[in-house]
Design a protein around this ligand. Sequence first.
Ligand SMILES: Cc1cc2nc3c(=O)[nH]c(=O)nc-3n(C[C@H](O)[C@H](O)[C@H](O)COP(=O)(O)OP(=O)(O)OC[C@H]3O[C@@H](n4cnc5c(N)ncnc54)[C@H](O)[C@@H]3O)c2cc1C
Length: 627
Amino acid sequence: MLLDNYDIIVVGGGHAGCEAASSAARLGSQVLLITISIPMIARMSCNPAMGGIAKGQIIREIDALGGFTGIVTDHTMIQYRMLNRSKGPAMWSPRAQSDRVQFGLKWLEVLNGIPNLHIWQDMVDDVIVKENKVIGVRTKIAGDVFAKAVIITSGTFLNGKIHIGSNNFAGGRLGESSADSLTSSLFHAGIKSERLKTGTPVRVDKRSVDIQSMTEQKGDDNPGKFSFTDTPPLVDQLSCYLCYTNEMVHDILRIGFENSPLYTGRIKGTGPRYCPSIEDKIERFAGRDRHQLFIEPDGRNSNELYINGFSSSLPIEIQLKALRSIPGFEQARITQPGYAIEYDYFSPTQLHFTLESKIILNLYFAGQVNGTTGYEEAAAQGLIAGINAHQKINNDGDLVLKRSEAYIGVLIDDLVTKGTLEPYRMFTSRAEFRILLRQDNADQRLTPIGHKIGLADNARIRRLEFKTSMMEEMERILSENSVLPTDINPFLERVGTSNISHKQKYLNLILRPQIKLTELLQYDSFLNEKFSNINSNTKVFAEAVESLEILIKYGGYLEKEREIADKITRLENINIPEDVDYMAFSAMSMEAREKLLKAKPTNIGQASRISGITPSDISVLLVFLGR
Ligand SMILES: Cc1cc2nc3c(=O)[nH]c(=O)nc-3n(C[C@H](O)[C@H](O)[C@H](O)COP(=O)(O)OP(=O)(O)OC[C@H]3O[C@@H](n4cnc5c(N)ncnc54)[C@H](O)[C@@H]3O)c2cc1C
């Protein structure tokens, strides 16, 4: 046999596959990552950016658990912005513009640095199943390779079909072959597949664009980063640019509709609702005379610009003509066409919370194959699948994050409980405990869990303890010390809040929305002096100040959310046996019985989130369970 036996085989070297392979290997498994093309490892299929609303929080969570996506992002970003700063801290979302090529290379460097992780370039055609348990895979070149567990992370490649106007052809991404056998192998093993689609815009040679005629969007003045580890700070940021389509652009695009694979019905799969193509936008929002576009650099040494917001599968001549009608793009030269891609995915209701298949033992699924869209969603699932596959084959229990613990918990619960009929992306609105699931406290929420599993190292836990003790000391100073009206009123007037007439504890002042702790520290020399005794020159200091200020200002909300989360956790702790005869519950509607039978929820909390299940159905279940 060409290849040895392994503990775990990961199929696919995308964002999910990289996290799955690295986590399982770092936990001690012998891992083989099989991917169609090694140079394409961790390729960004669409825009060269990581994070953003809710997605930035997911990267911080991956990092806090001990994953690598945040570290790789920090090493390769070319711009950093904290989105939603003007809103409450639950909404603050870090976003990075990435260097596409460097991102993939950095991931490869990370994977190559893990001794018990091997990479093999090949195409997996089949899963080998014996007595309902996966025992390996069959590849085109190496033949049979055996393992105790297999993780499928094949992204958009399964029966991938690319559409550009009336032209369509097989492909996993532009320039890469599709994987056309794996779906039928999984189907024969009892796993059902469906179709989805997604799309991407043209890339343009920046030397052919008058970028100066557009509105510049710079990165943050003091750029932050994603990882809680000591990754290098970002220097020398590149700018993005904003511009708009116009009526003429829309008219040109409409001419192409008769050759559009979307409108002629050639594309059958459902596309991402929140990332629509430009043709979708001009149809759905017909009253709008312009749409905003973000012009994003592809990397430090790249000539390519990514035209965010201009995703299209129209004929390439139409894409070019429409683009050239946007001011600044009159002479534009396209380097890659926009296109749509249809691919197979497997409904995630066929999975346990660990991302193991309910149908085939020790077979895991993660990433776009589960119906999600986005690098971050994929990476998060890869991490959880990698950890759980390793723990399963070592009888080490399951890692299932709660909805109140992490966006990753929300993501997996939504997928497994409700399934998805369109590409699923994360939003803050999907989480009911947003103020608990902030980007600043991902380490406090998850690093102890990552450390217990063995993925987050001792340095991470020491850093967290350092930050926590710093926050406690800062809070003590603020609650024990007071300030006189004469000393503080000029500052209060300056920031637009009312004067005080008696001396007040600093802690009370911080409760006011107008007062920022960092500004107060700059103004008040007494407080500044006290704070400077607690390692104010360390990187952790700024993080501790930010987290403490949020805890003080939003303490009331936090307490309320925590109470509700605790109540829900009690429901999650009421387990439902697997063999319940739902059809015997005559007090329940037939709809509820059928839905429960199909979903087979493992606990009352999950049952309550199945769409169509009412509180009275839950009462029936609780009575049955003797509660
Ligand atoms: C055209 C296009 C447009 C997109 N637009 C957006 C967007 O607008 N917004 C957004 O959030 N996301 C978008 N995405 C999705 C985003 O790229 C994915 O969500 C993300 O890459 C998923 O990561 P993944 O690891 O699941 O899969 P991928 O990144 O697709 O990686 C899959 C990996 O598996 C390998 N592989 C597949 N089959 C096999 C096999 N049989 N044997 C061996 N190796 C195999 C491939 O070579 C590849 O390395 C788009 C993707 C594409 C292709």
